[in-house]
Design a protein around this ligand. Structure first.
Ligand code: NAP
Length: 524
């Protein structure tokens, strides 16, 4: 990388275009150096959407599912070939360690490969068939089937800063397989990685023109220009989600919107858990607090422990967090880097301050940690911060506040019923994990917590080393949570394709429907 800040361009209407001036400076959060700038000012977003809709859409729909699956494989190959430079960008622009970078980069590539494999057997189908045919009248020759037809608009993907690679590809893989062109808008502060990846994919000429567009910079008048044919898949804060959902054009045109928002996720140590389950719990909470400096929407924020074991949990977590070396992630011995910007650092300190009004800070806190060779006035570090409330029932902030950084709070509980009720006070979450040995407790936890979560991870000692992690989103599984988590639904294998399809009933003669079914892939 050269020393001069790179002006990131957008790929719109079939060409790389630069917005006017500078909207955002992209900064190295370790040293405060400006690495790049982004601006979308003056770019014609209506023309860009029309181009994707009129060129990319028909080109993708002309391909079979198997051909689109191949295209995903080709994208993944381009990214694998360029992986080394992506890691360097993630370290510089996001403050990632190499492990953090791998979760983002390889998570994106892995999701593309997964959907390439999943799409191949769909073969020549051009529709998806949902459910079995149903008879509607006495006449045997009149029936209905339910089809999923790919939407004719654009998949507008507005992404969060914490996953510039995974966030891009977990959405794009599904939309492209569905036959819907993508316009991706990464969060400005970490857009360098998304920009580089899209540049490589466009240069490699592996997707049809108009199938993949990129908007680097602010959203501008994007929301004014979408139509009822388009789908918006948004990932980010509940505040921005609310602005999108209440936007007059989105309301007037009934634009389909999927929201993946924030979440105050929980980990729950069951009553009477064995040492093996206890160790698995501590390991996972420690990992979730520090990986990506806690900047995962799925990260554990609330740590529930039986009251009599809360001291032991605090002690074990403190011992683990002590080993987390903070610093410049370019240094191999460093285990945790900064958060992505000083604004995120300030937001994390603000959240810690709110929770700390009702909690004791056991380690860390709401001020910049002293780190050798790092200037606290330029960097964006937050120390691993463990807090503890005395009474989870009377405390409020801990259940409402998502500190988007390396912070979590221990909440002691007295009874199983109290534990389940307190977990649900997150108001709808992406994921909760439960640690124990008693299968009947797990079953009761699924019944009690299921309705307020998008995913539950049940860890008994036999899978302590085998499970994929509380915070890791697997493309095979549903992603999205109810309530404050946004009510979104992404991934989950072929189920994820639904977002980009219109479900419709086709009523007609059994003979016609049989012919149509031959062109469709049956989901069940
Ligand atoms: P954010 O501030 O809400 O921004 C998200 C995206 O929205 C960015 O691309 C941003 O663009 C864009 N945006 C901002 N204002 C907009 C507007 N008026 N119209 C259209 N787009 C607009 O969120 P963030 O700070 O990047 O992300 C952190 C949050 O995301 C956390 O709360 C986290 O929990 C959540 N998150 C959720 C998931 C999930 O899957 N549920 C995954 C990751 C993160 P600019 O950057 O250009 O402003």
């Amino acid at each position: 990388m050269s020393d001069a800040p790179q002006a990131l361009e957008s790929y719109l209407s079939g060409a790389w275009r630069r917005g006017e001036g500078v909207e955002t400076e992209l900064v190295d959060p370790v040293h405060g150096t400006v690495l790049a700038t982004a601006s979308a000012r003056g770019l014609d977003l209506k023309a860009a959407l029309d181009h994707a809709r009129n060129k990319g859409g028909p080109a993708l729909r002309a391909l079979t599912f198997a051909e689109r699956a191949k295209l995903l494989g080709a994208i993944a190959d381009v990214l694998v070939a360029n992986r080394a430079k992506y890691e360097a960008i993630a370290i510089a622009n996001s403050g990632n360690t190499r492990i953090d970078a791998a979760i983002d980069i390889d998570g994106g590539i892995g999701t593309l490969k997964y959907y390439a494999r999943l799409g191949a057997p769909l073969g020549d189908a051009t529709f998806l068939l949902d459910d079995k045919p149903v008879r509607l009248a006495k006449a045997e020759n009149f029936q209905a089937i339910h089809l999923l037809a790919p939407r004719h608009g654009v998949a507008v993907h507005i992404n969060a800063f914490n996953f510039p690679s995974w966030g891009l590809w977990e959405k794009a893989a599904v939309a492209l397989l569905a036959g819907v062109p993508v316009l991706a808008k990464p969060a400005s502060s970490t857009a360098m990685l998304t920009h580089e990846m899209v540049r490589d994919v466009i240069a490699a000429n592996v997707v049809p023109e108009g199938a993949l567009s990129l908007l680097c910079g602010g959203a501008g008048d994007l929301l004014d220009k979408v139509t009822g044919e388009d789908v918006i898949a948004f990932t980010g804060s509940s505040e921005t989600a609310g602005r999108i959902l209440r936007h007059p054009n989105i309301l007037a045109r009934g634009v389909h919107v999927n929201i993946e928002a924030d979440s105050v996720n929980a980990a729950l140590l069951s009553p009477g858990a064995s040492d093996g389950a206890f160790d698995a719990f501590i390991k996972e909470v420690g990992r979730e607090m520090t990986v990506k400096a806690g900047q995962k929407c799925t990260a554990i924020r609330r740590v529930f422990a039986p009251a009599e074991r809360a001291d032991a949990v605090a002690e074990a977590l403190l011992a683990r967090l002590k080993k987390t070396t903070l610093g410049d992630p370019r240094n191999e011995s460093v285990r945790m880097g900064p958060v992505v910007t000083r604004a995120q650092q300030a937001a994390a300190f603000d959240g810690i301050g709110k929770i700390a009004k009702e909690a004791e800070i056991l380690t860390g806190g709401a001020s910049a940690p002293a780190i050798d060779g790092i200037d606290p006035s330029k960097s964006a570090f937050v120390a691993p911060t463990l807090m503890r409330v005395a009474d989870g029932t009377s405390a409020n902030a801990v259940h409402d506040t998502e500190v988007f950084g390396p912070a979590a709070t221990i909440i002691p509980y007295k009874t199983e019923a109290e534990a389940f009720a307190l977990v649900a006070r997150g108001g709808g979450s992406l994921v909760a994990s439960v640690y124990g040995d008693d299968r009947s407790f797990f079953a009761r936890a699924v019944a009690a917590l299921g309705a307020s979560h998008g995913r539950l991870l049940m860890v008994e000692p036999s899978i302590a080393d085998a499970h994929t992690g509380h915070g890791i989103v697997m493309p095979q599984c549903h992603h999205g949570g109810p309530g404050r988590a946004g009510n979104g639904e992404e991934l989950g294998g072929l189920h994820g394709l639904r977002l980009y399809h219109q479900r419709l009933a086709v009523q007609g003669s059994t003979d016609l429907l049989t012919e149509l079914q031959a062109k469709a892939y049956a989901l069940h």
